[in-house]
Design a protein around this ligand. Structure first.
Ligand code: PLP
Length: 420
């Protein structure tokens, strides 16, 4: 459920009519709903009530805007970060360092040191050497770094290959059959406080079965580690829950997920960590865009909008589907292709889709753009970096400026030898 709905024939974000935002900020622009973020955060937390001790770390790569992080910090969420830059954002939003989990397959030595300096709550180790380096850095500071070992359970998450992370050929985690021996060795490092294990098998999961299979493997691993004499106090179950993108999509609800987790982990006796991203942010944002032209096509007309693949990369990257609706629909329909201005055929949001009839100058939205939207934006084709607006009830604020091409140009240099 989200808070984007028509009132008197005009699409609103909570109590704000979207044309008012287009007027004030221009298009394209991402528009987020505070109430939707809060609702998703609360529903997810509620869903895990039956799962015992739980720590929620919002995977901030889904939507790292500092205002969004502030809302989720208010809701009691920690952060799952994958770079020092994300850690800085989480800290800037007021998330306590102890509630931050540092994931990622390529943390640099410098990032490990920065995270130790900040005193973050958990390092998710991706390889043995990383554990040794972290241990040495922590030991030199007279500390023990809190850590878990990320394992790759070798299950097929059944999602798009580019967002599948838990098959043995993927780059993430250590092979589950090597995990016990590696845990043995790493647990002997003075500078490490190795508390348990982590998994994250992929994103936009439409089915709970692969997650349940992965959790079962982790349950067996926890038992093996305990049998080998290790104290296991934490298991990090990652993120990955999908959201509906198409009208009519049926996905497992947070409540279904919570019930599965409670069942799968009933006898684990650990603190469970979760790293939800998309399920919190996906439906909390839309990309507001204006129709530039309706260009006649050979088969269907092309609706050319002022948003493009540089603003919302998911369609070009993952063949993703984003629902498109007019902000002030006339009631008429058309069959059209929807594309942006970028000079790539991949800059196409939909082909031959039945949509609200639109004409030049009309506003439309791509729905479910709150996760992996603005954060993946670029300035390709020397377009502006897309701005972000946060709505709260009847007020709204620009929470990320539009970065204009002249600002980007000003950061580039012509070397002496090319000057004339
Ligand atoms: C991306 C990621 C997440 C969040 O995934 P969602 O599908 O957005 O919930 C969680 N944990 C890790 C380690 C990730 O890389």
């Amino acid at each position: 459920m989200d808070h984007f709905a028509y009132r008197d024939g005009v699409m609103h974000a909570e109590d704000v009519a979207l044309p008012a935002i287009a007027e004030a900020v221009g298009t394209p622009v991402y528009v987020y709903s505070t109430a939707t973020f809060r609702r998703h955060a609360q529903v997810f937390r509620e869903a895990l009530k039956g799962a015992g001790r739980v720590h929620l770390a919002y995977a901030i790569k889904a939507n790292p805007n500092v205002a969004v992080l502030r809302v989720l910090a208010d809701e009691g969420y920690g952060a799952d970060v994958v770079s020092a830059g994300e850690m800085q954002r989480a800290l800037a939003a007021g998330i306590p360092a102890s509630d931050i989990v540092f994931s990622g397959v390529g943390k640099t030595r410098r990032e490990l040191a920065q995270a130790l300096d900040a005193g973050i709550g958990q390092f998710n180790l991706e390889l043995e050497e990383e554990g040794e380096v972290l241990a040495a850095l922590a030991h030199a500071r007279g500390e023990r770094a809190p850590a878990v070992l990320r394992v790759n359970p070798d299950v097929d998450a059944g999602t798009h290959a580019k967002i599948s992370t838990g098959r043995k050929e993927n780059k993430f985690g250590v092979a589950i059959d090597q995990a016990v021996a590696m845990f043995d060795r790493l647990s002997k490092q003075d500078g490490l406080d190795l508390r348990g294990v982590a998994i994250h098998i992929g994103s936009q999961l439409a089915d709970l079965a692969p997650l349940e299979a992965a959790y079962a493997r982790i349950g067996e691993l926890v038992a093996e580690l305990r049998a080998a004499g290790h104290t296991i106090s934490r298991v990090d179950l990652g993120g990955g829950l999908g959201v509906p993108y198409k009208p009519g999509d049926v996905l497992p609800s947070p409540a279904d997920y919570g019930a599965m987790v409670a069942r799968a982990t009933a006898d684990w006796d650990v603190e469970l960590m979760f790293e939800p991203g998309r399920v919190i942010a996906g439906n909390a944002g839309v990309l507001l865009t204006e129709v530039i032209w309706v260009k006649p096509g050979v088969v269907n007309p092309y609706v050319i909008v002022d948003a493009a693949m540089n603003d919302l990369a998911r369609v070009a990257m993952y063949d993703a589907y984003h629902d498109f609706v007019a902000v002030e629909p006339s009631g008429d329909r058309m069959t059209a292709n929807i594309a942006g201005p970028v000079c790539e055929t991949g800059d196409t949001f939909a082909m031959g889709r039945d949509i609200d009839a639109v004409k030049s100058g009309d506003l439309g939205i791509f729905r479910t753009a709150g996760a992996y939207g603005a954060t993946m934006a670029s300035t390709y084709n020397s377009r502006a970096l897309v701005p972000e607006v946060l709505v709260d009830g009847d007020r709204f604020a620009v929470v990320a400026d539009r970065i204009h091409p002249e600002t980007i140009l000003a950061a580039e240099r012509v070397p002496e030898w090319l000057k004339r």
